[in-house]
Design a protein around this ligand. Structure first.
Ligand code: AVJ
Length: 313
């Protein structure tokens, strides 16, 4: 499939690499190769979030379904391959409408037509939008209450203040009454670091693929072997950080602009915030999401929260 370059990619990259320290936004990880690498990450023995969240959704599906009710519109921002939605749709017998949204219209349409075959009784109405900017609603008359489904701990990519704004926007832009959200929980450093620095090097390849993408789409000349994946747990900020570290002094040309790197200089490519249940409930509360209900696994690795909109009180 042809990957059309998002017009904002160039601007975001040039701006991020002009900063000190240099940064790149994690949303650019997911070109075709990056999405395939992420799918591989989800299968790694060290990467517990995906399988843990899946097992919570599967094991608690009936309970979750009875809390949600059937007569809702389920809206998933950044729905991607719709893997997790399938689990929920199976549990929500009689769900009327599902609205997956994603930045990549082509992938979304393909995933949606597969989903229609599996769930012929559910209206599936994909909308292409970038949820970091705006949640689009399809032009359909249906006044059932909206439930936002935001799994995968995607919320962990945002600074806490940004996360709060995002969750407030989700509520206001869709009029949603409920939020079902997956959140990775704080745990010991070894478990966390291993999940982002796996033995097989898949996460390293995922991180470095960002430079490959810049080379291909933005006429750049990153020497990939001169950068190294680095993951660390920043405990005081309760987040995993991923960086790409320059292994020597070098300069790189991107779209005709030159960027100098010191030996050991890092590009900060991702944050993945880890929450305690209390801290996450308090963040969501500030965004108008109240009455948390938490489902977790035996080891409390991962949390699936259901919140109600304060307006529904
Ligand atoms: C998709 C943001 C949830 O933070 O765990 C996985 C992305 N990065 N390994 C995460 C990711 C490196 C992932 N999220």
């Amino acid at each position: 499939m042809l990957d059309r370059t998002d017009p904002t990619f160039r601007e975001s990259v040039l701006k991020g690499l002009a900063k000190d320290p240099k940064v790149l936004e994690p949303k650019w990880f997911y070109d075709a190769a990056g999405s395939a690498l992420f799918d591989e990450i989800c299968e790694l023995p060290e990467y517990y979030p995906t399988r843990t969240e899946k097992s919570i959704l599967e094991e608690r599906a009936a309970e979750i379904a009875s809390e949600l009710g059937n007569d809702v519109i389920l809206y998933e921002p950044g729905a991607g391959s719709l893997q997790k939605a399938r689990i929920l749709l199976e549990a929500l017998e009689g769900l009327a409408r599902f609205i997956p949204s994603d930045i990549s219209a082509a992938h979304l349409e393909a995933a949606a037509s597969d989903l229609r075959k599996a769930f012929p009784d559910i209206a599936i109405d994909p909308v292409a939008c970038d949820f970091t900017k705006h949640l689009e609603m399809p032009a359909i008359a249906d006044d059932r209450p909206v439930t936002i489904f935001f799994p995968g701990s995607t919320i962990g990519n945002f600074e806490p203040g940004q996360a709060e704004n995002l969750l407030r926007r989700f509520r206001k832009e869709t009029g949603a009454r409920q939020l079902l959200i997956g959140v990775d929980l704080v745990k010991d450093r070894e478990t966390l670091v291993a999940a982002y620095d796996d033995a097989a090097g898949v996460t390293a390849a995922f991180n470095l693929n960002l430079l490959k993408r810049i080379n291909r789409e933005l006429e750049a000349d990153f020497a990939l072997h001169q950068f190294q994946h680095h993951a660390l747990f920043n405990e005081s900020r309760s987040r995993i950080e991923m960086h790409l570290e320059s292994l020597c002094e070098q300069s790189v040309s991107i779209s005709g602009e030159r960027f100098d790197f010191r030996d050991g200089e890092r590009i900060h490519t991702e944050n993945s915030y880890k929450y305690t249940p209390e801290r996450f409930a308090s963040l969501a509360g500030k965004a108008g999401w109240v009455k948390p209900h938490l489902w977790t696994d035996q080891n409390r690795l991962f949390g699936v929260f259901l919140f109600q909109s304060e307006e529904a009180d």
